[in-house]
Design a protein around this ligand. Structure first.
Ligand code: ZN
Length: 151
């Protein structure tokens, strides 16, 4: 390939590129509601003092918790997105730090750290900085989760 041909090929790709990347405002032109989920995880121990005598959950044990933080709202027409995932992550980081590698029962407000009460505890800490917050889902194991929607 000569230098001239190489230049022509380059120009073709540049033109294709400009066709492929439409301007931001051309993405769509009608209102659109969306839910986004950002997931964070932490390791923690707990025991559940309100379970019946002899129940295994009364013993101290640990989980690799996963928490889904769901935000919901109208997609910004000009931008084509609802919220930067990094904003959600920034809001969740202090909560993650407060829970990671702790005994949950020792944290104020989590003396009875069931998945149900933990989902509300997380909600209460995220809601002030995440106005679009729609749901907090706490996964205690791969098959068990609790979902709180602020009601
Ligand atoms: Zn447990």
């Amino acid at each position: 390939m000569t230098e001239h041909q190489a230049l022509a090929v380059t120009q073709i790709f540049c033109n294709l590129g400009s066709l492929a990347y439409a301007s931001c405002s051309d993405q769509y032109n009608s209102s659109m509601r969306i839910a986004l989920t950002k997931t964070f995880g932490f390791e923690a121990a707990h025991f559940l003092p309100c379970f019946p005598e002899g129940h295994k959950c009364r013993r101290m044990h640990g989980h690799s918790f996963k928490i889904d933080v769901v935000v919901e709202g109208e997609v910004d027409e000009a931008k084509g997105y609802l919220i930067d995932f990094a904003e959600v992550k920034a809001a969740t980081k202090p909560v993650e730090d407060a829970l990671d590698h702790r005994v949950l029962n020792e944290i104020e407000g989590l003396e009875n750290p069931t998945a149900e009460l933990l989902s509300k505890w997380v909600w209460d800490r995220l809601a002030p900085s995440l106005p679009l917050l729609a749901c907090v889902r706490v996964h205690e194991t791969c098959t068990s989760s609790a979902e709180y929607r602020g009601e």
